[in-house]
Design a protein around this ligand. Sequence first.
Ligand code: NAD
Ligand code: 0WE
Length: 256
Amino acid sequence: MSLLAGKVGVVFGVANKRSIAWAIAQAWARAGATLAFTYQGERLRENVEELAATFGAGTLTLPCDVTRDEEIAAVFSGLREKYGRLHLLLHSIAFAPREALEGEFINTSREAFRIAHDVSAYSLVALARAAAPLMDAGGSILGLSYYGAEKVVPHYNVMGVAKAALEACTRYLAYDLGPRQIRVNCISAGPVNTVAARGIAGFTEMLKLYEARAPLKRNVTAEELGATGLFLASDGAAAITGQVLYVDCGYQIMGM
Ligand code: NAD
Ligand code: 0WE
């Protein structure tokens, strides 16, 4: 079943094999998509090149720190040169300075607020704008959010505010890009043990809490996020845009 045969995609946010971006990339690639990957900086270059090479030696990998306009521009001119078109874009990127995720939200500095929003929310707008001219046969743009966008999750702090912005950006981008048949959606994932999550104090307890409270009595797997990412990229989701789809074993529906 080659749901994405003939599609070209670009994946932002692979750090290692546990990254949610990697799970979604694998699902896309297995469904027949041709993928390119970006990496945040030299520190992650080897990791990403090695993983990308599992899809063939010719897999395009490009550097992209999303806070740098010139690196974003270089990614899309690289994609234009190699493929001339684009159908899929995955945004699986978030960052806030560590101190902003530790104390109280009220103490968030102007600079931490700016960085969190620049990296985690504005970047979706910048990437969508650069991608759209290449998506001339329509497309699917996918971001990753978290429940802290809609309810207070202690210590998620400014990241929750940035995810609320990401979800609103998803809706406004869906409106702007809809006439070009480019869809924009978010998966709101339950907690997954990745680099971005592992450093968080109390993360193991959070996994246990989800197991106890979620209707499915377990945590979501990376493979399941891949499967939902594939659905949202496929024609099965052709009329779905501007949405935040919870993939969290049902945790979000609970009131108590
Ligand atoms: P991860 O650490 O594997 O991925 C985060 C990625 O963000 C890394 O690849 C990192 O290089 C990239 N990044 C950070 N700053 C960047 C910058 N300036 N430029 C370019 N890239 C940058 O962790 P993950 O858990 O796979 O996170 C991926 C996405 O999923 C994030 O948006 C995160 O908020 C979201 N998410 C994670 C969880 C979870 O529990 N792990 C739950 C819900 C949503
Ligand atoms: O979006 C995230 C985490 C994103 C993240 C992680 C870090 C750790 C290292 C953003 N910035 C940084 N900065 C760093 O210096 N998640 C959804 C995972 C997560 O993070 C939490 C959570 C959950 C869940 C933080 C507090 C509470 C819950």
